[in-house]
Design a protein around this ligand. Structure first.
Ligand code: NAD
Ligand code: UGA
Length: 491
C-alpha cells in the first residue's frame, strides 16, 4: 500500500467528485488527479473551455478549475485507464434512495458503488487504496472489501497469492454543502478518515491524511474506526436536518400564536449550546442528501430492530413533508380555496441559492400540489433550465413516495403534456410575474431582494399576494407598496 500518493483517480464527476478533486488538484500540484465518469456529456462539460458552462454551478469553482485543469487535473471517460494508473481511488458515485425491490423508498441504492468495487477489483494489477467518498450505510466498507477480495482472486488463480494486488478501504465522507463547496473544502471544519484496524489500513489512513495536510491543519484531520466514520456522515446530516424540522415545527406554532419564528430562532440561537446556524425556517429542506440519508438511517435502524429509533428520525422527514404541504395549502386557501386557472409565479426552483441543483427541491413538491388543482405556474430561476424543471416534475409523477401522510391519497399523476401546458419557464422574472395572482418565493436567491417590487406590484393582479417561503423580503417595504405578504412562521 503506497504511502506517498502521486496519482489519484475519482470515479464520479458529480457535485462532489468534481469540486473535491478540483480542490485537491489545486492544493497539491504534485499529485495527478483524474476524474472519470460514464456520463460522456458530463465529462465533456467539465472540459468546456467556457468555464461558465461547467456542469456544476458553484461560486469559486471556475477559478479553481482554471488553475488546475490540464496541469494536474483531468476529466476523462477512460474509467479503466484511471483505475489502472492510480494508487488511490475515490468512489464518488451517486447513492440515491432505492426506487425498486427490497428497501424501496428507504434504503440507499448501492448498485453504482458495487459496480465500482467490482471494476476496481477486475482491473487492478497493483495495490490500491479505495476511498469511500459517497455517503454510504454503516458497514458498506465490509461489502466493498468482500467484493475486492473475492474478485481479486477471480480468474487470477494462476497468480501467486503473494503477487495479487492488496486493497485498503477507507471511509472519507464529504461534508461540503452546495453553494459554498469551494470554501467548505478549502477551510473544512474537519476531514474525517475511517480506516480498517490493521497495518495496511493505518498506512492508507496516513497516506490520505498526508494529502489533506497539504492545506488542512493536522488537528482538523480526524481519524476513527471505519464504522464510526460511515455512521458519522449519516448522523451529521440527520442532526442538521433535524434542526430545520425543529424550527419549522415551531414556525407552524408561531403562525397560530402571533410569535415570530425569526425572533424565536435568534433568541434561542444566542444560547451558545444551541448556536445560531441552521435555524432558518423555510418552505422545507431539499437537496439530494438530507431526506435520502435520513431514510437510509431509518432503514438501518429498522434492519437492526430498533423501531423506536427509526420512528424518531423518520419524524424529521415527515415534518419536512408537512412543511412543504402547509406552504402549498396556504397558497390555495388564501387564493379563495382554488388556484385553478390562476397564474402563480415561482421565484426560484433550486433547492437553495447559489446552486443549479434541484434535487428534492421544495419547489417541485409545492408545484406538484398546486398543479393538482390546475394552477398555471410560471417559473423563473437564475440558474435552472426549463428542461430540468419539466424533468423534475415528470420524475415526481413516477416516483412519488406514497407514505406521505399529508398528501398520500388524493394525488393523480400528470402527463408530460399536461405538465408542459400548465408550467411555463421564463428567462425574465418580470415576465414570470406579469399578471400573476400570486408570487411564491421558493429559493433565497439574493437577486430577488433587489427587484423593483413597485413595478412588480403594478403589473400583478389585485389583491397581489406574495408567499415568502424563505422570509427574505422586508415586510414593511413590501406591505407599504400594497402587497398581501404571507411569510413562514409570522403570526
Ligand atoms: P451526482 O449524481 O452529481 O454524481 C455522481 C456521478 O457518478 C454521476 O455523474 C454518474 O454518472 C457517475 N457514476 C455513477 N456510476 C458510475 C460508474 N460505475 N462509473 C463511473 N461513473 C459513475 O452525485 P453527487 O451529488 O456528486 O453525490 C455523490 C455522493 O456524494 C452521494 O453518495 C452523495 O450522498 C454524497 N454527497 C453529496 C453531497 C452533495 O452536496 N451533493 C455532499 C456530500 C456527500
Ligand atoms: C447538506 C449539508 O449541509 C452538508 O454538510 C452535507 O455534506 C450535504 O448536505 C450532503 O451530504 O449532501 P446541502 O444539502 O448541499 O448540504 O445544503 P444545505 O445548506 O445543508 O441546505 C439543505 C437544505 O436545507 C436547503 O434546501 C436549504 O435551503 C435548507 N435549509 C438550510 C433551511 O431550510 N434552513 C436552514 O437554516 C439551513
Amino acid at each position: 500500500i503506497a504511502s506517498n500518493i502521486t496519482k489519484i483517480a475519482c470515479i464520479g464527476a458529480g457535485y462532489v467528485g468534481g469540486p473535491t478533486m478540483a480542490v485537491i488538484a489545486k492544493q497539491c500540484p504534485h499529485i495527478k488527479v483524474t476524474v472519470v465518469d460514464i456520463n460522456a456529456q458530463r465529462i465533456a462539460d467539465w472540459n468546456q473551455i467556457d468555464l461558465d458552462r461547467l456542469p456544476v454551478y458553484e461560486p469559486g469553482l471556475p477559478e479553481v478549475v482554471a488553475e488546475a485543469r490540464g496541469r494536474n487535473l483531468f476529466f476523462s471517460t477512460d474509467v479503466e485507464g484511471a483505475i489502472r494508473e492510480a494508487q488511490m481511488i475515490f468512489i464518488s458515485v451517486n447513492t440515491p434512495t432505492k426506487t425498486y425491490g427490497v428497501g424501496k423508498g428507504m434504503a440507499a441504492d448501492l448498485k453504482y458503488v458495487e459496480l465500482c468495487a467490482r471494476q476496481i477489483a477486475e482491473i487492478a494489477t497493483d495495490d490500491k487504496i479505495v476511498v469511500e467518498k459517497s455517503t454510504l450505510p454503516v458497514r458498506t466498507a465490509q461489502a466493498i472489501r468482500t467484493i475486492l477480495d473475492a474478485a481479486a482472486t477471480n480468474g487470477k488463480d494462476t497468480q501467486l497469492a503473494t503477487s495479487r494486488p492488496k486493497f485498503a478501504v477507507l471511509s472519507n465522507p464529504e461534508f461540503l454543502a452546495e453553494g459554498t463547496a469551494i470554501n467548505d473544502l478549502l477551510y473544512a471544519d474537519r476531514m474525517l478518515i475511517g480506516s480498517e484496524d490493521n497495518e495496511d489500513g493505518k498506512r492508507a489512513e496516513q497516506a490520505l491524511a498526508d494529502v489533506y495536510a497539504n492545506w488542512v491543519p493536522r488537528e482538523r484531520i480526524v481519524t476513527t474506526r471505519i464504522w464510526s466514520s460511515e455512521l458519522s456522515k449519516l448522523t451529521a446530516n440527520a442532526f442538521l436536518a433535524q434542526r430545520i424540522s425543529s424550527i419549522n415545527a415551531i414556525s407552524a406554532l408561531c403562525e397560530r400564536t402571533g410569535a415570530d419564528v425569526d425572533e424565536v430562532a435568534h433568541a434561542i440561537g444566542m444560547d451558545s449550546r444551541i448556536g445560531p446556524k441552521f435555524l432558518k425556517s423555510s418552505v422545507g429542506f431539499g437537496g439530494s442528501c438530507f431526506q435520502k440519508d435520513i431514510l437510509n438511517l431509518v432503514y438501518l435502524c429498522r434492519h437492526f430492530n430498533l423501531p423506536e429509533v427509526a420512528d424518531y428520525w423518520e419524524q424529521v422527514v415527515k415534518l419536512n413533508d408537512y412543511q412543504k404541504h402547509r406552504f402549498a395549502k396556504q397558497i390555495i386557501d388564501t387564493l379563495f380555496n382554488t388556484v385553478s386557472g390562476k397564474k402563480i409565479a415561482f421565484l426560484g426552483w433550486a433547492f437553495k441559492k447559489d446552486t443549479n441543483d434541484t434535487r428534492e427541491s421544495a419547489a417541485i413538491y409545492v408545484a406538484d400540489e398546486l398543479l393538482q388543482d390546475r394552477a398555471e405556474i410560471h417559473v423563473y430561476d437564475p440558474k435552472v433550465t426549463a428542461e430540468q424543471i419539466y424533468g423534475d416534475l415528470e420524475y415526481l409523477q413516477k416516483h412519488r413516495r406514497n407514505d406521505n401522510p399529508c398528501t398520500a391519497t388524493q394525488f393523480s399523476a400528470l402527463s408530460a403534456v399536461e405538465i408542459r401546458s400548465l408550467v411555463t419557464v421564463h428567462d425574465s422574472p418580470y415576465e414570470a410575474l406579469k399578471n400573476a395572482h400570486a408570487t411564491a418565493i421558493l429559493t433565497e436567491w439574493d437577486e430577488f431582494k433587489g427587484y423593483d417590487w413597485q413595478q412588480i406590484y403594478n403589473n400583478m393582479l389585485k389583491p397581489a399576494f406574495i408567499f415568502d417561503g424563505r422570509n427574505i423580503l422586508n415586510r414593511k417595504e413590501i406591505t407599504s407598496i400594497g402587497f398581501e405578504l404571507k411569510s413562514i412562521g409570522k403570526g
